[in-house]
Design a binder for this molecule. Sequence first.
Ligand SMILES: NC(=O)c1ccc[n+]([C@@H]2O[C@H](COP(=O)([O-])OP(=O)(O)OC[C@H]3O[C@@H](n4cnc5c(N)ncnc54)[C@H](OP(=O)(O)O)[C@@H]3O)[C@@H](O)[C@H]2O)c1
Length: 249
Amino acid sequence: MMSGDQEQRVMLLTGASRGIGHATVKLFQSRGWRVLTVSRQPFDERCAWPAARMAHIQADLADIGKIDELAAEVRRRLPNGKLHALVNNAGISPKGPDRSRLGVAQSDAAVWTQVLNVNLVSTSLLVRALLPELEAGQGSIVNVTSIAGVRVHPFAGVAYACSKAALAALTREFAHEFGGRGIRANAIAPGEIDTSILSPGTDELVRQEVPMGRLGDPMEVAETIHFLCSPASSYVNGTEIHINGGQHV
Ligand SMILES: NC(=O)c1ccc[n+]([C@@H]2O[C@H](COP(=O)([O-])OP(=O)(O)OC[C@H]3O[C@@H](n4cnc5c(N)ncnc54)[C@H](OP(=O)(O)O)[C@@H]3O)[C@@H](O)[C@H]2O)c1
């Protein structure tokens, strides 16, 4: 519990170990949230946040047969059955040899299955499994899409782009289906953010395509996620916010 009668808000964040997810954990933590995290790697001993060990759940979202098991573990860790935010951030963008782009011709069934399961299907199944907790917390769902979901991107592969376009559609479906139950759902679509997912050549792309002429910082993305999980966005539902320095124009 926080000071006074204020209940501590709880967020579940997938893909917390690096990049945008890691910045989001730090920001929410600094604003008094309790954060539960999910990623494939175990807890990283270098982590400076003392509560992180207890808050981390090791799971592979590609394994869609085990999502209910993951949700059960999350449920066990919720103090009073309420989930106030679910941020679906984990994502993969596989590359070919020499980090080449996986176009249609280079993407076999295994690539499609892996990318769609991690970036899309696991999100729907996790929300489905945690609906009672999200409803109890009048929670906010934030799906992390991408600029690659709305335009062809020189580095993101076809399966990745399609998974992110579909995740934007899934966000609208969530908003439509669960709005009446007090659960909001929105997406954020980053452009070129300074993380390990970026490919060589991004600097040139930024120079040519981003009006603001620089990469985004993961903390700038985290701030928008925080806005969407706060009362400041209480009537925002079913939208996708571009965080890209104007790249989409
Ligand atoms: N960086 C950008 O410029 C950019 C642009 C547009 C969209 N995005 C999107 O933003 C999100 C975060 O990107 P990022 O750049 O921060 O990525 P990142 O640095 O590659 O981090 C990805 C995170 O997802 C986790 N993850 C990957 N596969 C997983 C799986 N199968 N099961 C569970 N967790 C898994 C990783 O942890 P483990 O390795 O421990 O599993 C890691 O914590 C992604 O959805 C990405 O598509 C990023």
